[in-house]
Ligand binder design. Sequence first.
Ligand SMILES: NC(=O)C1=CN([C@@H]2O[C@H](COP(=O)(O)OP(=O)(O)OC[C@H]3O[C@@H](n4cnc5c(N)ncnc54)[C@H](O)[C@@H]3O)[C@@H](O)[C@H]2O)C=CC1
Ligand SMILES: NCC(=O)COP(=O)(O)O
Length: 329
Amino acid sequence: MSTSLAVALGDPAGIGPEIVAKAWESRQSDNLAPFFAVGDKAGIEAVWRGPIQVIADPAEASSRFAHALPLIQIDSGDEVVPGKPTLEGARNSLDALELAVGLTRSGAASGLVTGPVSKAQLYAIGFAHPGQTEFVAERCGVASDMVAMMLAGPTLRTVPVTGHIPYRDVPEYLTTELIIAKGRATIRGLRRLFGIDRPRIAVAGLNPHAGESGALGREEIDIVVPAIERLREEQADVTGPHPADTMFHPRARSAYDVALCLYHDQALVPLKALHFDDGVNTTLGLPIIRTSPDHGTAFALAGQNEAHPGAMMAALTMAAACARRLGQA
Ligand SMILES: NC(=O)C1=CN([C@@H]2O[C@H](COP(=O)(O)OP(=O)(O)OC[C@H]3O[C@@H](n4cnc5c(N)ncnc54)[C@H](O)[C@@H]3O)[C@@H](O)[C@H]2O)C=CC1
Ligand SMILES: NCC(=O)COP(=O)(O)O
C-alpha cells in the first residue's frame, strides 16, 4: 500500500510548479503527508531553487520526501517560460495527468492531486473533455454524469449540477435525472470520503426567488422538485429549492453540509468569495481520491513568487485525510 500522493504539476508555465514547491517547503510546519510531483522539473526549476529528487518509482517518494521534492520526470521537450504557455506545455500537463491517474488507479499512489491546467490550451491540442474532472472519470471507467465536482472550504461545500457549458445551455442540460445523479454522487461521496452518514443537502433554485411559485420560471416546479423528492429516498436530508441569493449567508450555511447548485457560477462564486486561498475541488463518485486547488493557472502571476500555496496545501491535506479514511495511507 502506498503512503504517497501523486501530484500532477498542471501547466508548466502556470503557478502549479510554484505552489507545489511551496507546499513541499511547508511539509513539516503543516504536517503534510508525503507526495511526489509528476511533470517537467524544468517548470519547477524556472521558479524555485530548492532540492528536487527525480525518482523512477513512487515507492521511493516517502523516504526522499523529508530532504527533497520527489518528482517523476516527464520532459515537455520545450523551454519553460513562466507565464508563457505553449502547446508543448499543454501536452506535458496532459501527459502528467495521465500518468498520475494511472499511478493512483494502480495503487502506486494513495490519491491524486491535480495542479491547474489551462482549458483553452488543452482544447487547442484536441482535449475533448470539458475539464480534468471528466477526463479522470473516463480513465476510471465512470460516466461523467455519475461523478460530482465538489468545491469545499472550511465553511462551505458546493456542487454544480451542470459544469463547463455556456450559460445559455444550462436550462437545456438541466434535467431531473441529472440533478438526481449529481445528488446521489454527492451524498455517497460525503458518506464514503468525509464520514457524513446522513448528509444535509440544500438544493438551489434556478430562477430569481426560486421561481416565485412559477411566476418567474417553472424549472423549480417541473425539474428541481421531482429530483428533490427522489433524493429524499437516499438517507439524506434534502431541502429546497432555495432561492440562491439567500442560501449562502452564515446562518443559512450552518443548516446544510453541501449546496447542490444548478450551474457553475452559482456554486463557484460563493465558494471562491469565501475560500479562494483554501478552497479545494474534489471529484466524488470515483474509485480513486482526486483533489485539486480551486484556482487556475494564473499565468500573469507565474514566475513572480507571489502565488499563494494555500489551496494546493488544502488539496493535499484533504486527499491525505480521505486516503486515511479509506485505509489507503
Ligand atoms: N483546477 C484547474 O485546473 C483550474 C483551471 N482553471 C483554468 O485556469 C485558467 C485561468 O483561469 P482564471 O479564470 O484566470 O482563474 P485563475 O484562478 O487562474 O486566476 C484568477 C485570479 O486569481 C489570481 N490567483 C489565482 N490563483 C492564485 C494563487 N494561488 N495565489 C494568488 N493569486 C491567485 C490570479 O492571479 C487571477 O488574478 C483557465 O484556462 C481555466 O480553465 C481554472 C480553475 C481551475
Ligand atoms: N471551475 C473549476 C475548474 O475549472 C476545474 O475543473 P476541472 O479541470 O477540475 O474539471
